[in-house]
Design a protein around this ligand. Structure first.
Ligand code: GDP
Length: 297
């Protein structure tokens, strides 16, 4: 496993072999290779630094400095550290469903991140769990986004809130909540309006909707291929909204997953799902081991 990093580290340790117990400097040299591997996987620099500092503490322990195969030990420390930082090996955190239905799930994120598609994917998943789901688009600026959500609802076999022209986003949220209560829906998914860049008005509107709707889940959807930008986005949204989790889309792309580690480290929020295709079925529960493996390449 992780042949690329193991090879690099073997290279370092081979040069050092024959000198007996490894020194601090030797470990530093090995960790420099780990650092390069993480940066190549697009992990943000401050997160890499924090990671390397922790790894160093562990790597200077007896197991590595006296090991016959120190490269394997450093790879193990790195892998275990990544899994830990990504949320650990346990079962991924699923959705928090309210004891008093309807559960409200608020979707936030930039335009193009895959927010609306993810709303449809969650609806399909919950529908399969026999929940009655109502999807509602609050994107009053983009009628096409409202139509898109209605189409996705049909494909997922769930209901969508009828579109009423001229209503404000908070009013649509209120209408969605009262419809859901009256009609006995289990879950309401509110798809907020996105913008192509971080935008004050978008944040204010999303924060107001969060106040009105009191969601059990406020999920930030981010494109894992946008690397450092995804981290900035997560930070900005986390400051303004009561986020409860992250969904990273386009995990089926070429990215090495570094954004997942950075976003988790910067916000402390659990990554709940990964988007793995354009299709409605393309939503996987987050698996820290899988992502750690991918970061190591
Ligand atoms: P929104 O503007 O954030 O609501 O973004 P959309 O949901 O409209 O998604 C933008 C594009 O990304 C669409 O073409 C989606 O099919 C695509 N998309 C969304 N999630 C994924 C994913 O996980 N993988 C891939 N490959 N494409 C995705």
């Amino acid at each position: 496993m992780f042949d690329a990093l193991t090879d690099r580290l073997s290279g370092v340790f081979d040069r050092l072999s024959g000198r007996g117990v490894l020194s601090d400097k030797d470990i530093d040299e090995a960790l420099r290779e780990v650092r390069v591997a993480l940066l190549e996987a697009d992990v943000a620099l401050p997160v890499v630094r924090e990671f390397i500092a922790k790894a160093k503490e562990q790597a200077t322990g007896e197991a590595v400095i006296r090991s016959v195969r120190p490269a394997d030990q450093v790879v193990k420390i790195t892998y275990d550290g990544l899994v830990d930082m990504l949320g650990g090996e346990g079962e991924p955190e699923g959705l928090n469903l309210s004891m008093n239905p309807p559960t409200v799930i608020l979707m936030a994120g930039l335009q193009g991140s895959g927010k609306t598609t993810t709303a449809g994917k969650l609806a399909l998943r919950l529908g399969k769990e026999r929940k009655r789901v109502l999807l509602a688009s609050l994107d009053t600026r983009r009628p096409a986004a409202m139509e898109q959500l209605a189409t996705l609802a049909k494909q997922a076999g769930v209901d969508s809130l009828p579109i009423v022209q001229g209503q404000s986003a908070p009013d649509i949220a209120r209408r969605a909540l009262s419809s859901a209560k009256l009609q006995g829906f289990d879950v309401v998914i509110l798809d907020t309006a996105g913008r192509t860049t971080l935008d004050e008005q978008m944040m204010t509107e999303a924060a107001e909707i969060a106040r009105i709707a009191n969601p059990s889940e406020t999920l930030l959807v981010a494109d894992s291929l946008t690397g450092q930008d995804a981290v900035r986005t997560a930070k900005a949204f986390h400051e303004r909204l009561p986020l409860t989790g992250l969904v990273l889309t386009r995990a089926d792309g070429d990215g090495r997953g570094g954004a997942a580690l950075s976003m988790r480290a910067v916000t402390g929020l659990p990554i709940k799902f990964l988007g793995v295709s354009e299709k409605l079925e393309g939503l996987d529960a987050f698996d820290a081991r899988r992502v750690a493996g991918r970061i190591l390449g």
